[in-house]
Design a protein around this ligand. Structure first.
Ligand code: C2O
Ligand code: CU
Ligand code: CU
Length: 497
């Protein structure tokens, strides 16, 4: 433990040195490398991706030293990979179920790297486990079949103790899956289907990222970013939009609402469309989570300004829970739009507790703190191969997992994420002593449909039902507060045949 603690400090210190060393490098041509395609996997789509430094004009003044995913399509439809306009985010993958996908990822960073496809049900060797990190200058090939339903998934680094820093430098992108069920609905498309990746950052006087997380609560930037750029104004028409919101923050929890109380009509979350549109008074979106909204602006006259705001809540601990504005929506043009909100979006069969193989005996994973200040899951800090007896499961079995966040004096909320399969939230309970805090967030939990990440408040217990992947091998579950993950608030679980 102390050795790992010391190692963390050393790595954190090296981070600053690396960052300034990279600054002086010239802009690198993404096409100066090439890989021989492997012949064994009969893929329909093959992509080249490269994580590299890149200077990007984020703010007035000097460019910011970002880390960036360059991408191109080597085989298949060029429309399967599209840049996010005017954004330092990685390009967006658009995939369909059953497609065979190969991704050649070149590590052009000055340190080890591995990328994870968040929410995707892929083989263990392609999942971006930290043990599969690879060195600067090397290439790693990922191969998987798309097994997910339509939804908004994302990709980002998963390097041991460096995930937070690498994401912070700009490495993140969307992986959107479309399927027939979803495409048959009359939902806003094309330019009216808008991804909004929300992050926060702090810049120094020279426009460089400042990263100084603390062990207890994580990192909170003083500038909101939308799709990687300092949040400005979205120019919109008086019509219906589909917003795909992703909380890509290091630690910051969002409690979202529109300033003019435009209804928050949720149509999807982590694992795609929910059963039917559901309206929320506000939406809790913790790091890693996604939510899709039907945003009807048809009644708004030209000139209307609306703020997407994050509201105050309590129980979040230091740095968390203050109110702030996220982004401004400006209605600049009149349009007529005949779209009608569908009554039914998707058919989702609810799992039943009694069908879980461990219905009477949930796997129980408490959140605790190892002194002086390391948050852990299941009683132990992450190690590459460390595995407890209660972290071995069988492929394709339905289980109930219970997470608890004991209400000690220091308790704070955590966003918990499982790799592998999407799951369903069974229920939540909260200790009476923490009910007041919980009441400031509970109506915003979008627990419908399929989830891969959920927030757990101090004093709260969450039970979920998961049918484990058919893919066997070593996966992780962890806190998606990235400084917590990097400190070791992550554990392996192994799926056996
Ligand atoms: Cu988005 Cu293991 O994480
Ligand atoms: Cu993930
Ligand atoms: Cu945490």
């Amino acid at each position: 433990m102390s050795r790992r603690g010391a190692l963390r400090l050393g790595v954190a210190a090296a981070g600053g040195a690396l960052a300034s060393k990279v600054l002086g490098q010239p802009y690198l041509n993404p096409k100066t490398w090439s890989i021989a395609p492997a012949p064994v996997f009969d893929e329909e789509l093959e992509f080249d991706l490269a994580a590299r430094p890149r200077l990007y004009n984020l703010r007035a003044g000097p460019p910011t030293d970002c880390w960036y995913y360059y991408g191109s399509v080597r085989k298949g439809s060029p429309s399967a990979l599209t840049p996010v306009p005017n954004s330092p985010l990685g390009p967006t993958f658009t995939l369909r179920p059953k497609q065979r996908v190969a991704i050649n990822l070149y590590n052009g960073l000055p340190e080890d790297h591995v990328t994870h496809w968040h929410g995707m049900d892929v083989p263990a060797v392609a999942d971006g486990h930290p043990m599969h990190a690879f060195a600067s200058g090397a290439t790693q090939r990922y191969e998987f079949d798309v097994r997910n339903r339509a939804g908004t998934y994302w990709y980002h680094p998963h390097t041991d103790m460096r995930t937070g820093f690498q994401v912070y430098k700009g490495l993140a992108g969307l992986m959107i899956v479309q399927d027939d069920e979803e495409q048959s609905l009359q939902l806003p498309r094309g330019p009216f289907d808008i991804p909004l990746v929300i992050q926060d950052a702090t810049f120094d006087a020279g426009n460089q990222y400042v990263y100084n997380p603390d062990a207890m609560s994580g990192f909170f930037g003083n500038t909101l970013l939308v799709n990687g750029m300092p949040a400005g104004t979205l120019s919109l028409a008086s019509r219906v939009y589909r917003f795909r919101l992703l909380n890509g923050c290091q630690s910051r929890i969002l409690k979202l609402r529109f300033s003019d109380l435009t209804p928050l009509v949720v149509i999807g979350n982590d694992g795609g469309l929910i059963d039917q549109p559901r309206t929320y008074p506000y939406i809790i979106l913790s790091p890693g989570e996604r939510v899709e909204l039907w945003v009807d602006l048809r009644a708004k006259p030209v000139g209307t300004q609306i703020l997407l705001q994050s509201l105050a809540f309590t129980g979040g601990g230091a740095g968390q829970g203050a109110a702030f504005d996220v982004v401004r929506l400006s209605i600049d043009r009149q349009r007529t739009d005949p779209l009608q909100l569908p009554n039914t979006l998707s058919s989702i069969t609810r799992y039943r507790l009694e069908d879980a193989i461990n219905a009477a005996n949930p796997r129980s994973f408490p959140i605790t703190m190892i002194p002086p200040m390391t948050w852990v899951l299941n009683g132990g800090v992450f190690t590459m191969t460390g595995l407890a007896a209660n972290e071995i499961v069988r492929a394709d079995t339905l289980e109930v997992w219970q997470f608890s966040n004991p209400a000690g004096a220091m308790a704070i909320p955590h966003p918990i994420h499982l790799h592998g399969r999407q799951f369903q939230i069974l229920d939540r309970a909260v200790a009476a002593t923490r009910l007041a805090d919980w009441n400031t967030v509970k109506d915003g939990y979008v627990d419908a449909g399929w989830k891969d990440t959920f927030m757990i408040m101090p004093g709260e217990t969450v039970r979920l039902l998961v049918r484990h992947s058919r893919h066997t091998g070593m996966f992780v579950y962890h806190c998606h507060n990235l400084p917590h993950e990097d400190m070791g608030m992550m554990r392996n679980f192994r799926i056996d045949p």
